[in-house]
Ligand binder design. Structure first.
Ligand code: MRU
Length: 342
């Protein structure tokens, strides 16, 4: 691995899946080891592994574990169904499981399924590297008034993918090419992917970062230091509407208000062309306790209600560029998406 790219969170060991446990980062670096498909289901549901592409990759290896444990096709199909129920929004999960199902339906055995899962892993890293190049090329250093900074949300890096990252991959490439000199990261309430994961991941690679709470984003954009807001995606519909971590939609509105450009970075596996618009995307709602407590410590009065949607939808007309490994869509529309990916 070259500079600015040292982290890997998913490691396949032939008969077990090592997942860097993202619930305890940054203060502990421990692996959760999955030997059975149902352990992968639990790992995805409980956020040991998270991020759209990473969930798909982990689920593919979950299918391999199922095939190694039972040679009965019906039992492997049952495991695929369980994996599909782990989380609802990121379409990469269903895409990866469909790819594994096709191998199974074609008579593939455990060895063949393992090859497919490894291919999904390798292709994801390659796609991220390509998107890194394409996205970085959009960033003109001269367009930023001071500080050459970008703002990102959630964690979209090596922790959220097979490696390198989507939005964070663009940031890695742009930093390596000296197109940017600084990264601002939202802490990303309530699960703190920005504070716990993005901050840790960028520190590992020596990329300078300043953490902000989401409430500071408007003031930050007003300073003129930030040229682009760069985010990932969990599902992009046929018209370019984009589901991503809750808070992304608000950032897109803030970016437009302040004349800052807004970039979505996602592989073609994140597109769901069967859905016409973002209103049709199933949005995961997570437990109230994630909002009413912090690291297991209550922060709100007992019994108070909370609303905890995990994702929101940014309308395509607030997006300046969608970067995929197949090319870039500027000012996305249904027609543009169809031309690139249809
Ligand atoms: O709930 P999470 O942590 O799985 O949400 C992750 C995100 O929203 C990411 O921005 C998205 O999956 C893109 S990751 C490359």
């Amino acid at each position: 691995m070259d500079s600015f790219d040292s982290v890997r969170a998913i490691r396949w060991q032939g008969d077990r899946l090592h997942l860097l446990d993202q619930r305890v980062l940054p203060h502990q670096q421990v692996d959760c080891v999955c030997c059975h498909a149902d352990e992968v289901v639990t790992a995805i549901r409980d956020m040991v592994v998270r991020g759209a592409p990473a969930i798909g990759v982990a689920a593919a290896f979950g299918v391999v574990l199922a095939a190694q444990a039972c040679h009965d096709t019906a039992c492997i199909h049952a495991a695929i169904e369980c994996l599909a129920e782990s989380r609802p929004t990121a379409v990469n999960l269903f895409w990866a499981l469909q790819r594994m199902r096709a191998v199974l339906d074609a008579g593939g055995d455990a060895l063949r399924l393992e090859q497919e899962a490894l291919a999904i892993y390798t292709e994801d890293v390659a796609a991220n590297r390509r998107m890194g190049e394409l996205g970085a090329a959009l960033i003109e250093p001269g367009e930023m008034k001071q500080g050459l900074a970008v703002l990102t949300h959630c964690n979209t890096g090596s922790l959220a993918t097979a490696g390198y990252g989507t939005a964070l991959g663009v940031i890695r490439s742009a930093y390596a090419q000296q197109r940017i000199t600084h990264v601002f990261a939202d802490e990303t309430r309530p699960w703190l992917q920005g504070a716990r994961l993005t901050a840790w991941e960028l520190q590992q690679d020596g990329i300078p970062l300043t953490l902000i709470c989401e409430g500071a984003a408007a003031s930050l954009l007003r300073t003129g230091q930030v040229g682009w807001v760069i985010v990932g995606a969990d599902r992009i519909t046929a018209n370019g509407d984009t589901a991503n971590k809750i808070g992304t939609y608000g950032l897109a509105i803030l970016a437009r208000q302040h004349g800052v450009k807004f970039m979505v970075v996602a592989p073609s596996t994140t597109f769901d062309l069967s859905l016409a618009h973002g209103g049709l995307i199933p949005i995961e709602t997570r437990p109230m306790s994630e909002v009413t407590s912090l690291a297991g410590v209550p922060i709100a009065p007992a019994g108070v209600a909370a609303w905890n949607p995990s994702f929101d939808v940014t309308p395509a007309d607030l997006i300046d560029a969608i970067v995929t490994e197949r090319g870039v869509i500027m000012q996305p529309t249904t027609e543009q998406v169809r031309m690139l990916l249809g």
